[in-house]
Design a protein around this ligand. Structure first.
Ligand code: M6R
Length: 610
């Protein structure tokens, strides 16, 4: 999704902004632009990559203040004119915007009747002109003009604004789209994502909805929508440069797949007492009573996080004997709202900024439910708006395809489910100790799978150009089948579908012929016999079977054309292992197909529009 970076200080603003925009490339974008001030505004923008923008702005003018943007089109196709920044009628004000202005058509008509002319098809351009219309009445106060303009606007925004008559300040405003300030020594940055400022400072201030800030080189002020001056907490950013760079791998996705043993160890650190069979989850301690006595538990998430939520459902139901519903966050608000007091919603989000997930969270909270988060990005909006939660501590995930976040989310859900099961008296001591002990072995077992990556690559080479894939699994392996199919389609553009293995008979079996690769996940004990029957059914129709199973499962190995093994584990924890070969399979296929693995077409890392 769109990214914003701004700078004011002694450095060359365009250098800092271009670097920052490069750090935000992973979020997905189609155009990029920059505005700097040197006496007057200088703007360069266009469809395409930040590196093109870099050559466009080089040598244009020296400046110590500027704003930049990567655009992911919502209103108007990706082209030079629709790219941000957008300028006011006088050509003195430039603005970049993340979000959507819902009432832009009516505002545009009103401004046109006042003599304003529009050049782009975007909703953003109206804000630049609207602010200028207020500035005409408040010529000395840019902040005030922004505030008055925003009172007329319906929708969501993260905004950064500069004006050549105010060369010492950047105005920023937030509603529904993340923005933070990076506080440096005699310099300030703004960004929609902390990775753009991490190189310059570890002190950040997160803006909340409705806030407007005036940023100067050595200070800043933040006001609420009703102009009350606020004292904002300065947070320390725990993000190292090493974490947001590729570290020798060709792609972030590969780096993140290989980071999983470390990510899961970090996720478990300080939370397991293997000897005593105990789990500590400080972020939800105070709400555990509400959770274990909940009338209803709803998990809401999108994409890969929804898949981990589905694993969570199996875990909660089988271990804690609590019924759980898993909702697509994007659908939740459009159903009859039955959630309320006494209920618990668990929202799962890597980025902590997904608009649909945030909207579901707010809806549930408004109706009186307790809302808990399973989030990766510390300080993200979802993390801040939940009543409690457990960070997954996977470290920054830059590849658009989520990998280590999935396994870390499942790990956290397993921890919560075991803890709830213990407190509800549904899990005997021995079994609970066994699960906790096994969790502590997961990082090593993931490493063993990663060590077979060459074998997985060989299979990927054989199926690189297959146009369709089917993924089948039962029980804990069903969400893994969905996740394997999503990974493949999002980065390689091959069509793939995940199904509960037995559902195959109710339709998809018609697709199977000797051209169709069928990935079967057969690594859980309690479904083995039934999976073997499903594999037989695929084989009878000459499907090309790639089986994910455990060593020694001869029955499956004999039926499959290709077998990839994962170490034995308890069925409940099997998704943590079975998903790894599927991540690698999709990665190698996408690379073979020449796809842009880290930034697949049309996709954004963090989907901040509904
Ligand atoms: O940041 P979130 O976990 O809330 O993101 C949810 C989805 O947008 C995300 O998982 C998406 O499906 C990924 N591209 C999957 O790899």
């Amino acid at each position: 999704m769109c990214g914003i970076v701004g700078y004011i200080g002694d450095k060359e603003a365009s250098d800092v902004i271009i670097k920052g925009l490069k750090r935000l490339e992973y979020r997905g974008y189609d155009s990029a632009g920059i505005a700097i001030i040197n006496g007057e505004l200088h703007i360069k923008k266009g469809k395409g990559k930040v590196k093109n923008l870099e050559s466009m702005i080089r040598g244009v003018a020296s400046s110590h203040i500027g704003i930049g943007h990567t655009r992911w089109a919502t209103h108007g196709e990706p082209n030079d004119i629709n790219s941000h920044p957008h300028v006011s009628q006088s050509g003195k004000l430039a603005l970049v915007h993340n979000g959507i202005i819902e009432n832009y058509t009516s505002l545009k008509k009103k401004l046109e009747s006042q003599g304003y002319t529009f050049y782009s098809e975007t909703d953003t351009e109206i804000i630049a002109k609207l602010i200028e219309s207020f500035l005409e009445k408040n010529p000395d106060d840019l902040r005030k003009s922004v505030q008055l303009a925003l009172l007329q606007v319906t929708g969501t925004y993260g905004l950064a604004i500069i004006h050549s008559d105010f060369p010492d300040e950047i105005i920023v405003a937030r509603k529904g789209s993340p923005l933070l300030l990076g506080v440096g020594e005699n310099e300030m940055l703004i960004a929609s994502d902390a990775s753009a400022v991490a190189e310059y400072t570890d002190k950040v201030v997160y803006l909340d909805d409705g806030e407007i800030a005036v940023i100067r080189k050595s200070d800043y002020t933040v006001q609420s929508a009703d102009e009350v001056e606020l004292t904002k907490e300065v947070h320390e950013l725990a993000l190292s440069l090493e974490e947001i760079e590729k570290g020798g791998y060709d792609h972030f996705m590969m780096k993140e797949i290989f980071e999983q043993p470390r990510a899961i160890s970090d996720c478990l650190r300080g939370r397991l007492n293997v000897e005593e069979g105990e789990i500590t989850l400080g972020g939800i301690d105070k709400v555990m009573d509400q959770l274990i006595n909940a009338n209803r538990v709803v998990i809401a998430a999108c994409g890969t996080s929804w898949h981990s939520g589905l694993v969570g459902e199996y875990l909660f139901e089988s271990l804690a004997k609590m019924p759980v519903e898993v909702e697509y966050a994007s659908e939740f608000r459009y159903k009859e709202q039955l959630i309320g007091e006494g209920d618990v919603m668990i929202v799962i989000s890597q980025s902590g900024e997904t608009a649909d997930t945030l909207a579901a969270l707010r809806e549930a909270r408004e109706r009186g439910a307790l809302v808990l988060g399973v989030v990766n990005v510390v300080g993200s909006t979802i993390a801040r708006e939940t009543d409690g939660g457990v960070y997954i501590h996977a470290g920054p995930e830059i590849g658009v395809a989520s990998t280590k976040a999935f396994t870390a989310q499942v790990t956290v859900l397993a921890l919560i489910a075991i803890k709830v099961a213990q407190m509800r008296g549904k899990l005997d001591k021995e079994r609970s100790k066994a699960l906790i002990k096994e969790l502590s072995h997961i990082p090593q077992k993931i490493q063993e799978i990663l060590d077979q990556s060459d074998k997985i690559k060989n299979i990927a080479d054989l199926f690189t150009y297959a146009p369709n894939f089917l993924y089948l699994g039962r029980s804990y392996s069903f969400p893994v089948a969905l996740e394997g199919a999503l990974k493949l389609k999002e980065i390689s553009y091959a069509h793939a579908e995940g199904y509960p293995a037995a559902e195959m008979k109710h339709g998809p079996i018609a697709l199977i012929d000797d051209m169709m690769p069928v990935v079967v996940i057969a690594a859980t004990q309690h479904t083995n016999d039934k999976m073997v029957s499903n594999i037989e059914e695929v084989r009878a129709r000459k499907g090309r079977i790639i089986a994910i199973t455990t060593p020694g499962n001869e029955e499956v190995a004999e039926l499959a054309e290709f077998t990839l093994t994962v170490p034995e584990t308890m069925d409940e924890l099997s998704p943590l292992l079975t998903v790894i070969p599927l991540q690698l399979l999709s990665y190698y296929i996408a690379v073979n197909r020449g796809c842009n693995v880290d930034q697949p077409r049309n996709l954004a890392k963090s989907v901040t529009v509904e």
